[in-house]
Design a protein around this ligand. Sequence first.
Ligand code: COA
Length: 342
Amino acid sequence: MSDVSAVSDVTEQVHLTALRQPSVTDAAAWHRVVAAAVAHDLPAVPPPTPGQIHAQLTKPALDSQQLMWLAAAPDGTVTGVAALRLFSSPGQDHLAELRLHVDPAHRRHGTGSQLLAAVVAACRTEDRRSLITEATAGGPGAAFCDRWGFRRVLDLDHLVLDLRRVDARRIDELCDAGRPGYRLTGWTGTVPDELADAFAAAKGAMNDMPVGDLDYGTLRWDADRVRAMAEVVSGRGDTLLTVAAVHDDGTVAGYTEVVLPQGGAGWAVQYDTAVVPAHRGHGLGVWVKAAMLRRLRAEHPHVATIETDNAQDNVHMLAVNRRLGFEIAWRTHEYQLDLPVH
Ligand SMILES: CC(C)(COP(=O)(O)OP(=O)(O)OC[C@H]1O[C@@H](n2cnc3c(N)ncnc32)[C@H](O)[C@@H]1OP(=O)(O)O)[C@@H](O)C(=O)NCCC(=O)NCCS
């Protein structure tokens, strides 16, 4: 059987609640489940803090809304959680993204399947043709996705860089080597007004990153969207750092973004790195990323680790990351469930 709508026939009693406005108690229960799942499935990764989860559940995201469900056992214990992100921008309004976690102590009793059935029903109501989710390679999420007919559409390497082991002199050399015709700049939070249009144009370069068979769609960036994205990050209490290479003609030729999650205890997350097609082949990717490492050392010395992920066939980005000392820590797959559209 691969039709998830039939799961209620085969699972134990699980009570689902759709959350409209998660309360503090809901957020605490959600945190308990996710923290237990991450500690069990990815022990090398620090579990999210209660504050991070509260922000994920209650703060607005960019061009999307989120539906949420809690699953509880008959005694009321919350045993599983599902968050479904419904994208709303014109190039992505076919897409929904699932984050699903079941407490390791309550697995293989049908809880994940019950949550997925509610998620798939919501996707139908919302007229979504593609439901995507990420699962660790070889882990229970991958088996679960196989079970319910998801297709594996993209393989990702997750890499980490231990900043305490980075050779600061080498990073300085890479930064100082210079690139004729380009200068480095950087900012925290929202892009300065004078660079906003040029930066939005460069953001479009992310649309050609390799995404395998993922039905991800395309995003159109303008200055307002760039500002809105920075506001979403700061609204969650996180800090967005950007380093960019600007060409003499004013074009933003490449950039890299790192987010420092609130209360993140030294664990930073790489967001975009992109070089605009016309400016590729000049070493700008390594340059902006090395400059980001130097900036972190100077301005945020408590940051010890940066996590990034790359599609396994994104050979250029992987080469840049390896050159800077990033090492593969774990692998994931992106899965997609293709849904009938009415
Ligand atoms: C994936 C996850 C949500 C499954 O939750 P769950 O409540 O255990 O799932 P179910 O009991 O409904 O499992 C349904 C079926 O999926 C498959 N499955 C689930 N976990 C499995 C495992 N560890 N090994 C093999 N098959 C598994 C089985 O076919 C299972 O049916 P069965 O128990 O009758 O054999 C849970 O393991 C989890 O939270 N994992 C970490 C987070 C994650 O990877 N999320 C992404 C997945 S969308």
